[in-house]
Each structure stands twice: as C-alpha cells, then as structure tokens.
Design a protein around this ligand. Structure first.
Ligand SMILES: C[S@@+](CC[C@H](N)C(=O)[O-])C[C@H]1O[C@@H](n2cnc3c(N)ncnc32)[C@H](O)[C@@H]1O
Length: 264
C-alpha cells in the first residue's frame, strides 16, 4: 500500500466525488470565486471540487492537477467541460511556468504531503503578482463528539492520525497555514477557523455529518487493519456508537477546518 491513507480504490473515488458536494456549504462559505480568470486547482482528486469551481467561476479556465493518474482518469470521465484541463503533476514540483494563474485552489491536500512548505512555495511561484490562494485544510485535533461516549470512534481516530504521521503526513496541517504562507512571501494572509457544529437544531444534518465523517475515516480501515491496529470488533463498536449518537437528542458534532485566503 502506498502513502495516501484514503487509497485510490473505486469505492473511495466514488466517496471523494460525493464529498465535494456534501461539504460545499462549508468549503465555499468564505470564498468568492467570481473574479478569477485562470484557476490552478492543485490536488484536484477526481474532480469533486472542479465541478463546483466551474459553477462558481463562470468565466474562468481551470487547470486541475493531481499526482495520481487514476484520479485524473476518473476526473476526465466525470467532467468534460472544455474550460477544464486536467493534468498529472506533483504540487511540490509543478511543471507550470512562473506567474500563470490569478487563483490557486487547494482543498484537503497538504495533510498528505511530506513537505507542505514546498507545495506552498510552488503555488506562490505559479501565481501572478496579485493572484490569490484559497486553501482549506484539516485540523483533526478539533474533532469532538458530545456526549463523550464514543471510545471506539476516538480510538480508531487516534490510530488513523498516528498512521498518517508515520507516512510523514500532517493531520493538523491547518494550524500551520499562517506560517507556511508567510514563510514564502504571501501577503494579506487571512486565516479562517469557523467551526462546523451540528446539534439538535438540525438533527438530520447532524446525522448526515456523522455518517459522512465515519465513512471518511473508514476509508483508511484496510491500512489500519493490515497493521493490526483495528479489528472487526472495533469496527462493530464504532457502528454501535454511531447509531447511539444519531439517536441521542443532545448529541453534538464539532470540527474546525482551517482555511486561508492569501495574495502573492
Ligand atoms: C483528499 S484528496 C482531495 C481531492 C480534492 N481536492 C477534493 O477536495 O475532492 C487529496 C488528493 O491529493 C492528491 N495528492 C497527494 N499528493 C499530491 C502531490 N504531491 N501532488 C498533487 N496531488 C497530490 C491525491 O492524489 C488526492 O487526489
């Protein structure tokens, strides 16, 4: 198995594409995509966000880049709009020339990189002066469930984050965004840390969110099982805890992703 913890299976590709739409109101609530003419979407996966960028940036061309050929192959099947060009490339060593784009969009990518600083430096290089980076990243230590009665989910989650660290990834990379951007000369860096809180005001959304999040973390289950960190009884326990959470009128889902808007 490689070091992309979610894997590139077709089941995971289907989940990843759905994720774009599911998280739309969270990822885009602080971004205005309308001014841009040429967007570099870096680590585009199989196009879940590319589809949304097309809708939200009606006049922009999009160059959508991912390192994995199977993601790009699937993205090309999902999206045929000729405003998009898909490319296989490494965000840490882009073949794009300097000063090409007026926007770069990065979503849930830096956590997977050995050297996120290099990716941010490359992004700075390919932006035009005045161009903007819009970025959304994880801060996994912010995950919290009330009532605090989900030890199986929390044990699995700790293993997941530790395995990602052992892959030289960064499950809390969102907290580093200010430094990563400042270090390479981005200006006007705005950090956005708006929590996602679902509780009994919107029970259906809260329950959709826990189902989404459990499905997301389970995408790493084969990796964790192959290391004997997780077994079937823990997976069954997580299912029971998820069901109990959804039936509890007082349950709360909490997570804070970190976003940034910065200018070259
Ligand atoms: C969690 S997915 C997110 C995909 C997409 N941004 C989205 O939100 O649907 C992370 C993606 O980053 C890609 N990736 C990992 N390392 C990369 C690198 N060095 N250069 C470009 N893409 C990379 C993976 O192949 C994967 O498709």
């Amino acid at each position: 198995m490689g070091d992309y913890i979610h894997t590139y299976s077709s089941q995971e590709q289907e989940r990843l594409f759905r994720q774009g739409k599911f998280l739309e109101n969270i990822v885009y609530r602080s971004f205005d995509l309308t001014p841009y003419q040429h967007i570099a979407e870096l680590g585009c996966g199989n196009g879940g966000n590319t589809a949304l960028l097309l809708e939200k940036s009606p006049s922009a061309k999009i160059t959508a880049i991912d390192i994995d050929p199977s993601q790009i192959e699937d993205a090309r099947k999902q999206i045929t709009d000729d405003r998009v060009q898909f490319k296989i490339d490494d965000i840490c060593q882009l073949s794009e020339a300097d000063n090409q784009f007026d926007c770069a969009f990065i979503c849930w990518v830096l956590e997977h990189l050995h050297d996120p600083q290099k990716a941010v430096a490359e992004t700075h290089r390919i932006l035009k002066p005045g161009g903007q980076l819009l970025i959304t990243e994880v801060f996994n230590d912010s995950f919290y469930l009330y009532p605090e009665k989900s030890p199986g989910i929390m044990a699995y989650y700790a293993h997941l984050n530790n395995v990602q660290r052992s892959f030289n990834g960064f499950p809390n990379v969102g907290a580093r965004l200010g430094n990563l951007l400042n270090n390479v000369g981005f200006k006007s860096i705005e950090l956005i840390a708006k929590p996602v809180i679902f509780d009994n005001r919107t029970i259906e959304l809260r329950n959709d969110m826990i189902d989404y999040y459990i499905e997301l973390i389970l995408s790493a289950k084969e990796e964790l099982m192959s290391r004997n960190l997780v077994d079937k009884s823990l997976l069954d326990q997580m299912q029971e805890e998820t069901n109990r959470f959804k039936e509890d009128p007082d349950a709360v889902f909490y997570y804070t992703p970190i976003q940034a808007i910065a200018t070259k």
